[in-house]
Design a protein around this ligand. Structure first.
Ligand code: PD2
Ligand code: ZN
Length: 206
């Protein structure tokens, strides 16, 4: 189930952070497949605790979520391959695809996807593949109102559209963490929002 025929070239949204819109990155069939599988296994979302490095529930992330195993089925494997291709990174550097569901009012407050090396919890998570260097946020449905992915520093937002992806770098071209990559998921005002996220590490993530 490839999608190459309908994909267009990445559109540059801004350069600091390096942020691109990938239109039709997923086919509608791939989006529906992801939601169908995720619905069976979804639970309240967690974040990495800054101090302990453990995964915990957090008030800033009021979504529900789940993750897929790597290579879980041929559709998931194809999308993993596509993220490796677009980011020009080895496939094994990708984390497991995460699925998030936001109902009305749910949001993900601005945060960094990278692990700040000065925080005590980061050492533990950095052991598994090093820093997160880039992020794919793939939109699995259209949201009636709200739910944009927001970047407060350049003050830009990406509107969720089924099949599109926001792709951005959490580090600068010289590999340093990029504070301009601060981003969040705006509250859903009307409808619901499903996304798939894939974070890419510096090295293999197992
Ligand atoms: O839901 C989003 O748009 C969003 C925004 C910021 C998701 C993430 N970050 C993420 O999963 O890291
Ligand atoms: Zn994020």
């Amino acid at each position: 189930m490839t999608n190459a025929a309908t994909q267009s070239l990445p559109k540059v949204i801004c350069t600091s952070p390096a942020l691109y819109l990938l239109e039709n990155f997923l086919s509608h069939e791939e989006c529906d497949h992801f939601i169908r599988i995720a619905e069976k296994q979804i639970a309240p979302s967690v974040v990495v605790d800054e101090n302990s490095g453990q995964y915990v529930a957090h008030k800033d992330r009021t979504s529900r979520g789940t993750h897929f195993l790597k290579n879980q089925d041929p559709v998931i494997a194809a999308v993993e391959q596509r993220t490796a291709l677009y980011s020009n990174t080895p496939i094994e550097n990708g984390e497991n695809i995460q699925i998030l569901h936001y109902g009305i009012g749910a949001e993900y407050k601005p945060h960094f996807d990278y692990f700040d090396p000065v925080l005590p919890g980061s050492a533990e998570v950095l052991k598994r593949g090093g820093q997160r260097i880039c992020t794919f946020v793939m939109y699995l449905n259209d949201v009636e109102e709200g739910g944009e992915t927001i970047f407060p520093v350049p003050n830009v937002k990406v509107t969720p559209r089924k099949g599109d992806a926001a792709f951005f770098w959490d580090v600068t071209a010289d590999g340093k963490i990029d504070p301009n990559s601060l981003h969040g998921g705006a509250p859903v005002i009307k409808g619901e929002k499903w996304i798939a996220t894939r974070w890419i590490r510096e090295r293999a993530f197992y």
